[in-house]
Design a protein around this ligand. Structure first.
Ligand SMILES: [Zn+2]
Length: 333
């Protein structure tokens, strides 16, 4: 009850405005993914709730910044004699799905909120689907609902009688597939496609469509920016050293070359502590990027010269949460 009361108090505009004046130099980068599309059952961020959150942040004096500015002002310049800055939020959206321009961007435009997407060139170029979409597609269209497979040398049996059970298999499989190397995952996807009798076509189904380069450039003209998220979205720490380097260097070069106002912030796939390390940071230093964001929760901290030289390549992000009062609490408490 105390927690509910605290959250309600935080949502009071007068309390928020007071905290905005007191809690200077705080900056939260927020990580979003897919947006809910009207008349689609696919879960996603609700644009109405996003509107409410952005309106609230604006009304209490929180700055809404692009992630490049957030990194520049609160990590690189922060703590080095700069004047105290108002609290800020930077919004990022991973993976570059088409619902970003149709559903998300109109809301960001309405609130004059800068937004940065992180994109995956091989998917944009139609060379592959995101692997989690491949898994979902195979389960959705399987000719049988009893499948016997192998994953990483272990037998795996899947059976379902309802959409809910199928959804549980999808989530569980995705978690397990994050834990194997790229080649093992690829073998599993090929097997799944055969056993389920669902071929992966070169035409990506509408539900999984990502924005084309032309569409990304047209979003740029509406104020969005885009940074690299690797070439093919592997978990970098599970790649060989040269694969990991190519994923980082090629994606950064491609995004810098193809877009008009590219973000110089890189985003690690999955982005947990164990998903990248020193060799990824070394590769990033040669790319023209100025920072990288993870999915490790935390506020943006000033990067202290001489203490942790790599902190700028491990900038934390909070998962987006539009529940009442959660974002102000992350920012202020
Ligand atoms: Zn991603």
């Amino acid at each position: 009850m105390l927690k509910r009361l605290a959250l309600r108090t935080l949502m009071q505009p007068s309390v928020g405005r007071l905290l905005s004046r007191l809690r200077r130099d705080r900056c939260a980068i927020v990580m979003m993914h897919r947006f809910a599309v009207p008349e689609s059952a696919r879960p996603g961020h609700d644009p109405t709730r996003l509107r409410t959150l952005l309106a609230h942040l604006r009304s209490i004096g929180v700055s809404l910044l692009a992630v490049d500015e957030a990194v520049q002002h609160y990590a690189i310049a922060g703590g080095h004699g700069s004047a105290a800055r108002p609290p800020a939020v930077a919004v990022t959206v991973d993976d570059g799905y088409a619902d970003f321009s149709d559903v998300g961007l109109p809301v960001f435009e309405e609130y004059d909120c800068p937004v940065t997407g992180f994109v995956v060139p091989d998917v944009i170029d139609g060379k592959r689907w995101f692997w989690w979409d491949q898994v979902e597609w195979a389960l959705l269209h399987a000719s049988r609902h009893r499948l016997a497979l192998e994953l990483d040398g272990n037998p795996l049996r899947l059976s379902w009688d309802s959409a809910e059970e199928r959804g549980v298999h999808h989530r569980t499989l995705c978690e397990r597939l994050k834990g194997v190397d790229d080649a093992t995952r690829q073998t599993f996807l090929t097997d799944l496609s055969q056993v389920a009798d669902v071929p992966v076509t070169s035409d990506m189904p509408t539900a999984y469509r990502v924005l084309s380069w032309d569409e990304l450039r047209s979003c740029e003209r509406r104020g969005a920016r885009f940074g690299p998220h690797t070439m093919s979205h592997p978990i970098l720490s599970r790649c060989t050293e040269s694969q990991s380097r190519d994923e980082i260097v090629q994606a950064s070069a491609r995004v810098l070359d193809a877009l008009e106002n590219p973000s110089r912030v890189f985003c690690y796939p999955n982005g947990c502590t164990q998903d990248f390390g020193a060799r990824e940071i070394l590769a990033l230093r040669s790319t023209g990027m100025m920072a990288a964001v993870s999915a490790v929760p935390g506020l943006v901290r000033p990067v202290s010269i001489g203490t942790d030289q790599d902190a700028i390549w491990r900038v934390p992000r909070f998962a987006y949460d539009d529940r009442h009062g959660v974002m102000p609490r992350l920012l202020f408490l």
